[in-house]
Design a protein around this ligand. Structure first.
Ligand SMILES: [Zn+2]
Length: 613
């Protein structure tokens, strides 16, 4: 066989040197690290170094610049350069010789899916929280070297591309780099391969930082194999993971904060309460793993307009977290059932989302799309002024999971089992997700709300059905007919306490003068209709002093009962009000179990049964 070798000379001006980071941890016990960022080939313009304000997968701003200190800048000859702090998160360095090295220290003590934390056990890095970058050079390649503290056996776990040096990694561009959380510690690994439904194998590894043995991690890996096989059965194939494998970064060490964050070729999951030494603990870990791995398709590659490319300088708003997060929530529960783990069960897990949305008055104020657009104020967002989100917001996780349940059952119902939500997800993958493989860090074809509607019409071959579903349940304020749909799968939905008097969900605290209302009172409740709200003090209930026991006793009365209240307002005025109780809107779902018809059993098996086996 002839082998033709073509020598291509290097063209230095065509490929500028990567932006190079050197990361050291001189005093991990003091919770700071040092980063040196070297940028060459700058020409004459000042370097604009900046920190991110947001992080992929999080929707509020976090102002990561606040933890930077001891910042210095140097030119290529090592001469110290002056700099100006031009914006809250931007530093400009001029007067250089084409090369600038920025050196800074950064404090961090929160090991979760968004922030940075370092201590004597690990350095846990979400890149936007730790790494400065250069405005205008977002498409330059990046090379990063981690230098573990002296005397440690720390290694590096990440979806970044490996090199011959086990401590040096690369990224093709800023988007990929910022999406690549990195755990540097004495972790335990377990690697495995799973053949996809299309016959193509995918490689996986668990990177576990916790007080566990290799045997525990290998046992967890066996469970994860079953799960990822079931997840791939929805889509018909695994994505092509860019460094050649997918990494589960699992940090179950004591000083983490519970979180789970999806990335393109990895997930970062933190939870101090997971105990991998027991079977029960390993099962508990699957809940977040099932959810986050589903994101490898849904949101990382099947990605909505608004998140692509991710803007690190501000909040990112999108139409469709009800699908990106809510449908992922739905499948996270469903796929555990299909894989035979079923720890939540469809009634407690999936039905609970439906009943929460059915009774939640907030959906009359914001549609699922508008709940998604509220994410920058709800997703780990902090402000000091109060909001009334307790009565105007339903999480797009809950709302979206309820929509997924309604849509899955509606498609099965309409097509007599010929199609399901799996077919919808698979078509979204084929239309929008697969093109993502063209360029690491970017999605080829982000979807719009209209794309989602059109794709549904294609799956069910009925445009009117898709329009009706989107108009009413996604852009409108209705809920699917869960009672009828779940009955097809052998479940009955009915009011939990139809004969019990209900005043509404009111947060109360015992006050010297009675009961003080501690949060905005939800709309469409007897308490709201009676004119009660935040900071009112209920002085008497039915002529008796207001106590928590007296308030709880309202549930022993009947719907329709009128209860006189005395209220003291903020201004000190005392007013009389009448609380007219309604029927408790709480719904409950029962399993017909042995009483199911053959048709119901077949419907349920097709829905909850394994597709991978
Ligand atoms: Zn998620």
């Amino acid at each position: 066989m002839w082998l033709l070798v073509v020598f291509v000379p290097a063209v230095p001006w065509a490929q500028p040197a990567p932006i190079a980071y050197q990361v050291t941890f001189p005093e991990p016990q003091h919770h700071w690290m040092q980063i040196e960022m070297t940028v060459t080939g700058l020409g004459g313009a000042p370097l604009r170094a900046r920190m991110s304000r947001s992080s992929p997968g999080r929707y509020a701003v976090h102002e990561f610049a606040k933890n930077i200190f001891a910042l210095d800048a140097f030119d290529g000859a090592g001469k110290k350069l002056p700099y100006t702090h031009t914006d809250v998160d931007e530093w400009q360095v001029g007067g250089h010789d084409g090369t600038v090295k920025v050196v800074y220290r950064i404090f961090g003590d929160l090991a979760d899916g968004t922030y940075f934390g370092v201590d004597t056990t690990h350095a846990h890095m979400n890149m936007p929280a730790a790494f400065m970058w250069v405005s205008g050079l977002e498409n330059r390649a990046i090379r990063v070297t981690f230098v573990p503290p002296d005397g440690t056996s720390w290694e590096v776990g990440t979806q970044l591309f490996p090199t011959a040096d086990p401590y040096t990694f690369t990224a093709p561009n800023l988007q990929y780099f910022m999406d690549s959380p990195t755990e540097v510690s004495a972790f335990i690994q377990s690697a495995f391969s799973v053949t996809g439904p299309d016959g193509v194998p995918a490689q996986f590894r668990l990177v576990v930082h916790a007080d566990v043995s290799q045997g525990d991690v290998d046992e967890l890996a066996k469970l994860v194999q079953r799960l990822v096989r079931e997840e791939a059965a929805v889509y018909g194939e695994f994505p092509k993971f860019e460094p050649g494998y997918y990494t589960f970064l699992l940090d179950y060490s004591a000083w983490t904060a519970g979180d789970g964050m999806e990335h393109r070729n990895s997930t970062l999951i933190t939870d101090p309460d997971i105990r991998l030494r027991t079977t029960e603990g390993r099962r508990a870990a699957l809940d977040t793993i099932a959810h986050e791995f589903f994101h490898a398709w849904n949101v990382e590659r099947i990605r909505p307009v608004g998140l692509e490319p991710f803007d690190l300088t501000k909040e990112n708003i999108t139409c469709c977290l009800w699908l990106a997060e809510g449908f992922t929530q739905y499948y996270g529960v469903l796929l555990q059932d299909r894989a035979g783990f079923g720890q939540m069960g469809p009634v407690a897990g999936l039905g609970g989302y439906a009943t929460a949305v059915m009774r939640g008055s907030a959906r009359r104020l914001r549609s699922a799309v508008q709940m998604s657009e509220y994410a920058p104020f709800a997703d780990a967002a902090t402000s000091i002024d109060p909001t009334d989100s307790n009565r105007t917001f339903i999480s797009y996780y809950t709302y979206g999971a309820a929509i997924a349940l309604g849509l899955d059952l509606s498609i099965r119902d309409k097509t007599a089992g010929a199609a399901s939500l799996d077919d919808y997800m698979r078509l979204l993958w084929q239309r929008f997700g697969k093109s993502a493989e063209m360029r690491a860090g970017y999605v080829g074809r982000p979807y719009s709300l209209k794309d989602l509607r059109d794709t549904l019409a294609e799956v069910v071959k009925d445009k009117a059905f898709a329009d009706d579903f989107f108009d009413r349940f996604i852009e409108g304020h209705d809920v699917a007919d869960y009672a009828r749909l779940l009955e097809r799968a052998g479940y009955t939905v009915h009011p939990r306490n139809p004969d019990v008097g209900w005043a509404g969900s009111v947060q109360l605290r015992t006050d010297s003068g009675g009961l003080q209302i501690m949060a905005p009172v939800p709309f469409d409740t007897p308490a709201y209709d009676a004119g009660l709200d935040l900071d009112d003090v209920i002085a008497t209930i039915d002529g008796q002093p207001a106590t928590e026991a007296a308030w709880a006793a309202l549930s022993r009365r009947k719907p329709g009962d009128a209860v006189p209240l005395t209220i003291r307002r903020r201004d000190g005025k005392v007013v009389q009000r009448t609380l007219t109780l309604k029927s408790d809107p709480a719904m409950t779902i029962d399993d017909l179990a042995g009483a199911m018809s053959a048709e119901q059993k077949a419907f349920r098996d097709a829905w909850l049964g394994s597709r991978a086996r």
